[in-house]
Design a protein around this ligand. Sequence first.
Ligand SMILES: Cc1ncc(COP(=O)(O)O)c(C=O)c1O
Length: 442
Amino acid sequence: MALDRNPGPNDLSAFWMPFTANRQFKKAPRMFVGASGMYYKTADGRDVLDGTAGLWCCNAGHCRPKITEAIQKQAAELDYAPAFQMGHPKAFELASALRDMAPEGMDHVFFTNSGSEAVETALKIAIAYHRARGEGARTRLIGRERGYHGVNFGGISVGGIVNNRKMFGTLLAGVDHLPHTHLPDQNAFTRGQPEHGAYLADDLERIVALHGAETIAAVIVEPMAGSTGVLMPPKGYLEKLRAICTKHGILLIFDEVITGFGRLGSAFAADHFGVQPDMMTVAKGLTNGVIPMGAVLAAGAIHDAFMQGPEHVIELFHGYTYSGNPIASAAGIATLQTYREEGLFENAAALAPYWEDALHSLKGLPHVIDIRNMGLIGAVELEPIAGEPTKRAFTAFLNAYEKGLLIRTTGDIIAMSPPLMIDKAQIDEVFGKLSAVLKSLA
Ligand SMILES: Cc1ncc(COP(=O)(O)O)c(C=O)c1O
């Protein structure tokens, strides 16, 4: 039957697109066919300024020569090596480079293929770590409302975005959630970290009192919540979470899949906020989005707890066929070199005030009810159309694309996170176009 169909190269029906309004897309497809530096090229030959670094991942910009060359060379030299019981030098080299870039004490790196897998890995390590230390009752996981930790069962269980959860049954047992930190009445139009809301971390004490600390393995949060629409941690909030976790022997996991690799102007959000987690999950900017790869960075004590028993026995029964894949490792090494050689984290830090001013100049435009920013991240929250949530922002997204600007929307929030190589003229281009888009909205 399928043989009769002879669909040809432009049949769009087979590909069930992820997180996409498939029917709308296939009626009016938006196709990128090329990219270079800060711009995409569309199938109809237009340049589109990348206001989102792809999906928060192409932090060094597009088609960067060093990364391209590294991938080409590695594919020709060693394409694949078994990830279990065998090694190859580049995975070790990348792990060392990551350790050296990470906050002090994040001594060990476990490779995955995505942010979602990094999250599953970190949650499993947390539970297994406590068990290895003789505290096997510590199995509960605490996430946060509005949190995004990828799409696998662990991640959506600790995550708190209702649409990502409600279709998928009962999820993991033994999960609880902190309240989210969005307080628009008090914090709207704050530049950087909001003043109000540190007290929301105290809810962890309520959860501990409810379940008993001895049943809780870990708390996982995004230090800056990205996918839910860019929510900054209130001043003092992360410090409080850290203190309560330490007090009760609970591991603190920072999901740095978005905030890692210079997004806030430092290597990681943990550096930016000066708060040390026990584990970090990363992906996206690790390879500049070019080849799928994620990782968990773990404190020395966590890793060391597993290093016991007979030496020929596997210590952690977990891993992926492509953990530390040679081509991904080569891409990762070249990406970290590019960040360093081009001073891209420093560029993000230096341009953050200019970005902030340009973003907040949108205040007062039609339907804008909040603006939030940090580093090279910005969000514009729009008043939803009554009875048609998400439609106004989606219209803005389509309109921006027509005007040559890629933005991202979640709910009625526009989120932006350009490659860190952006310059002032391109920031002006982003906000000039966005301002025109907002003025045109009904
Ligand atoms: C904080 C966070 N964690 C995990 C993920 C999932 O990453 P992936 O899409 O690579 O599975 C994302 C993706 O946006 C993310 O923002």
